[in-house]
Design a protein around this ligand. Structure first.
Ligand SMILES: CC(C)[C@H](C(=O)O)[C@@H](O)C(=O)O
Ligand code: SF4
Length: 467
């Protein structure tokens, strides 16, 4: 067989039938359900008199519309109670594993699925959520689908999909100290634009990507959709294999070793070709922060807010973004006073993210003008962080330590940044109104968010010595 990319290998392994014009019917190995999509999909399945095809390949977790308040339950955020109950009842009736809040395994769907070993390299994974691409960080064929497609998956365990073009973004060189995967991906989006990946599956490769730990690769692929790509991928390697060994839903013993032997075959062949290639010098990346209302509006934290550039349409958008954000071109972004810090979301709420933030926070205090939250991405992250004492590091510094939820990333559970207020957020979208009506969002890494919480303004994490 001719040389193939990682993406080709994953795709080929799942084609049930070619449908013509680049379309294929794919087998789905893991169908993930969250509270916004899962209940409605079960309702439609039932209304159409269809039966769930493969309950053992379907996994449900409530994440978007549940409160993150300490001691919450599924109904604490009353408007989300129906979604929570719809998912729970639909899952129970259909015999689907439901990871209830407060129980081991619960969390933001894109955090708990790889963490639990539900998602593995080489598997196809779908969810009614655009950030399903996160799972590509361990070499899964993972992509977001719509609710009617989810009903199709429930009924048939297959999905119709058009094969995208293949892109490789090679990142070589070393990330400087204090620079993280979040900074790298914001840098890539700023450089190549928020639509560079449209119609493509992006493989992130090169020495800088190989040097990332697995959780950082999940962060990198999480933002593939913010460059327009429904698939982001990193080839599984020994780090991936070590990270997955012993996960609750992963195979064990000899079966794990056999699976790992297969995973080692998935990397792109040396002579495989891509439809589009880009190269990034990772040594040039600084801690990044966004100034505008698209993830591509990212600049180094030490830079000035850019002047609008031609053509006029983009200049108008630039002005609108500055106005929405209450900022002025030419001013330094660092030093901008803030009101909120949100450390959470499927981009940056894993244990390594909380450790990075805690390193800066330890022994310091949140500035009096700032309300700062830590929302761990899963029950397992929350418990592991607490076992290391990170919860106390944060609370002693004046942070709120909350329960796993999407929370203020999308404010679907009512947890909003108040109108006109400014938030440094470790999430992945800074769209108009994303964190609440008129809320102003600056995307950044956990270290930059932590440094900003302490400083009371947007701050460079490298200026904080860490003990
Ligand atoms: C609500 C959900 C469908 C949505 C998505 O698809 O990504 C959300 O998770 C988001 O991050 O905007
Ligand atoms: S944490 Fe944010 S980006 Fe991730 S699934 Fe939830 S709402 Fe979407």
């Amino acid at each position: 067989m001719s040389a193939r990319t990682l993406f080709d290998k994953l795709w080929d392994a799942h084609v049930v039938r070619e449908l013509g014009d680049g379309w294929a019917l794919l087998h789905v190995d893991r169908h993930l359900l969250h509270d916004l999509g899962g209940g409605p999909a079960f309702d439609e399945l039932n209304a159409r008199g269809l039966r769930l095809h493969s309950p053992e390949l379907t996994f449900a977790t409530p994440d978007h519309a549940v409160a993150s308040t300490p001691a919450r339950d599924g109904t604490t955020f009353a408007p989300g109670a129906r979604l929570y109950q719809g998912l729970r009842n639909g899952a129970r009736a259909a015999g689907v594993r439901f990871f209830d809040i407060g129980r081991p395994g619960h969390g933001i769907v894109h955090v708990m699925a790889p963490e639990q070993g539900i998602v593995l390299p080489g598997l196809s994974v779908v969810c009614t959520d655009s950030h399903t691409c996160t799972n590509g960080g361990i070499g899964a064929l993972a992509f977001g689908i719509g609710t009617s497609e989810s009903v199709h998956v429930l009924a048939t365990q297959t999905v119709r999909q058009q094969k995208p073009a293949r892109m490789r973004i090679r990142c070589d060189g070393r990330l400087a100290p204090g620079v993280t995967a979040k900074d790298l991906v914001l840098y890539i989006i700023a450089r190549l634009g928020a639509s560079i990946g449209t119609g493509h599956a992006i493989e992130f490769a090169g020495s800088a990507v190989q040097a990332l730990d697995v959780e950082e690769r999940l962060t990198l692929c999480n933002l593939a959709i913010e460059m327009g790509a429904r698939f982001g991928l990193v080839a599984p390697d020994e780090r991936t294999i070590d990270w997955l060994r012993g996960r609750p839903q992963a195979p064990a013993g000899r079966l794990f070793d056999e699976a790992a032997t297969y995973w080692r075959t998935l990397a792109t062949d040396a002579d495989a070709t891509f439809d589009h290639e880009e190269a990034i010098d990772a040594s040039q990346v600084a801690p990044m922060v966004t100034w505008g209302t698209s993830p591509q509006d990212a600049i180094p934290v030490g830079a000035r807010i850019p002047e609008p550039s031609a053509p006029p349409a983009s200049a108008a958008a630039h002005h609108a973004a500055l106005q929405y954000m209450g900022l002025h071109a030419g001013a330094p972004i660092a030093g901008t006073p803030i009101d909120w810090v949100f450390i959470g979301s499927c981009a940056n709420s894993r244990l390594s993210d909380l450790r990075a933030a805690a390193r800066i926070v330890r022994g310091r205090h949140v500035a009096p003008n700032v309300t700062a939250w830590v929302v761990p991405g899963s029950e397992a992250v929350k418990r592991a962080a607490a076992a290391e004492g990170l919860d106390r590091v944060f609370t002693a510094a004046g942070f709120q330590w909350r329960e796993p939820s999407c929370s203020m990333c999308v404010a679907a559970n009512g947890e909003q940044v108040p109108p006109g207020q400014r938030c440094v957020s470790t999430s992945n979208r800074n769209f108009v109104g994303r964190q609440g009506p008129r809320a102003r969002t600056h995307l950044a890494s956990p270290a930059t968010a932590a440094a900003s919480a302490i400083a009371g303004h947007i701050a460079d994490p490298r200026t904080f010595s860490t003990p």
